[in-house]
Design a binder for this molecule. Structure first.
Ligand code: COA
Length: 164
């Protein structure tokens, strides 16, 4: 699959990437994560204190996609919250919380994902999404996602659809 994608976009420098791993985001990845975020999400959308906070909290999950040389190609992060926090954190009206969360105690919130522009459309976003959701599912019965809708579509929709 990956080989096929790489063939299809032979003009991309990503051709050189042999292996992509999804690993937990650590301090040494932060600067590169911020570079990817600045490029794809806008300057200061993700900052160092947000990442330090993520790394320090057991309620938060953050991963990076790295190539065989440990270059950061993308990242994703989310957090585990209570159903009651859906109103405060995701602006879900109080009367709709039950509709979203059902009887779940914990809800996983998929907050942010970004892949380096030159490395997009290779399935890296889907892999980052899949791993984050799998990790959050260990603790949360329901997963919600933040997404952006533009005339092109919903940014993360296709990556989610590629997840089995
Ligand atoms: C969304 C994103 C993470 C996908 O990463 P990726 O590695 O390209 O993901 P995949 O290869 O698994 O899937 C990409 C698919 O999503 C589609 N896609 C990407 N951005 C999109 C958008 N804004 N609207 C609709 N579809 C989009 C691509 O066209 C592609 O579809 P295709 O496979 O039919 O060509 C990446 O494009 C990105 O970083 N975008 C900017 C940041 C962003 O919008 N983040 C999500 C909000 S927090």
């Amino acid at each position: 699959m990956m080989e096929k994608c790489i063939e299809e976009i032979s003009d991309k420098i990503l051709m050189e990437i042999k292996q992509i791993n999804i690993v937990q985001a650590e301090k040494q990845h932060f600067a590169k994560m911020i570079e990817v975020a600045n490029e794809q999400l806008g300057i200061d959308y993700v900052d160092k204190s947000t990442l330090e906070n993520l790394a320090a909290s057991p309620e938060k999950v953050a991963n990076v996609a790295v190539d065989e040389k440990e270059n950061v190609l993308g990242f994703s992060f989310g957090s585990l919250i209570t159903a009651a926090d859906l109103t405060k954190q995701l602006k879900i009206p109080r009367e709709k919380v039950k509709l979203v969360a059902g009887t779940a105690d914990k809800v996983g919130v998929f907050k942010t994902i970004a892949v380096k522009k030159e490395c997009t459309k290779l399935g890296i976003g889907s892999r980052l999404a899949k791993d984050l959701i799998t990790q959050m599912r260990d603790y949360a019965q329901v997963i919600c996602s933040v997404a952006w809708k533009t005339p092109v579509g919903i940014n993360i929709e296709k990556s989610y659809k590629k997840i089995n």
